[in-house]
Design a protein around this ligand. Structure first.
Ligand code: MG
Ligand code: MG
Length: 255
């Protein structure tokens, strides 16, 4: 939980800027979602997101992030790939489920959001997984209120997902977001109510349930980025950047 020292509280003007970054990020994700059909390559999806960002003088914080530098502006993770899939020549196929994670830097502030959707007809189990992951995000967001703790959010997500018969990842977490892509506090997708960091107005957090059908275990492919389920079962990922306010949580990464 080393990021918990790196919490930055945003004022109203900063949250307004983050809302604009989030709005643009939503626009880029919507453009990608429209392209999801058999035969489209993951590089095509990346290009569509980049075009939207560039048109508005923005860019993705993912590009060249880390070691080895991440080559894409979005992450595209298919089926057993949970997160950090690298865009390339792979073509989408009927029945795939595709997770798209996009970041936007606009005027120095970052929006970070992800969705999972099917290509054409998908299996009933895949549909249930996607719906549970999306619902888990909203269950978590509902707990993002001043006075609650990060453990309240984490526990709500874990309890919901496990009640659906699925599993939450352990190694990858939600995180504060702002001028940096990863700030404090860390918000895991599992936890204990009443523990962790106290949520206060002005905190901005990217909450991101990552859900697996088989077990919670993952491994990283030899490209050093792509995270897959250890057992090869389907996975899904859903994310919004959210501001804690005096009242209801404010979702930043929506149109
Ligand atoms: Mg993300
Ligand atoms: Mg994130």
């Amino acid at each position: 939980m080393s990021w918990d020292r790196d919490i930055s509280i945003k004022n109203a003007a900063e949250i307004a800027l983050m809302r604009e970054a989030g709005r643009l990020n939503a626009e880029a994700l919507a453009a990608v979602r429209e392209l999801l059909q058999p035969g489209v390559t993951t590089a095509d999806l990346n290009a569509a997101a980049e075009e939207i960002l560039q048109k508005h003088g923005a860019y993705s914080p993912f590009k060249n992030y880390g070691r080895p530098p991440f080559p894409g502006s979005i992450c595209v993770s298919i089926n057993e790939q949970l997160v950090h899939g690298i865009p390339g020549n792979r073509k989408l196929q009927e029945g795939d489920i595709v997770s798209v994670d996009c970041g936007t830097v606009l005027e120095g502030f970052i929006g970070d959001s992800a969705f999972t959707a099917g290509v054409g007809e998908i299996s009933p189990m895949a549909r249930k997984l996607i719906e549970a992951t999306e619902q888990a995000l909203y269950v978590g967001i509902a707990m993002m209120r001043s006075g609650n703790k990060t453990g309240d959010v984490s526990a709500a997500i874990q309890q919901y997902v496990e009640a659906q018969g699925f599993h939450v990842v352990r190694e990858y977490t939600g995180h504060g977001v702002g001028r940096k892509m990863h700030e404090g506090p860390q918000v895991p997708n599992y936890g204990t109510p009443g523990t962790g960091v106290l949520l206060r107005p002005g905190m901005t957090i990217a909450l991101e349930p990552m859900v697996l059908i088989g077990t919670h275990r993952t491994r990283v492919l030899s490209n050093q980025w792509t995270v897959v389920s250890a057992d090869g079962s389907l996975t899904a990922h859903q994310e919004h950047s959210v501001a804690i306010t005096e009242g209801d949580p404010l979702v930043l990464t929506v149109p």
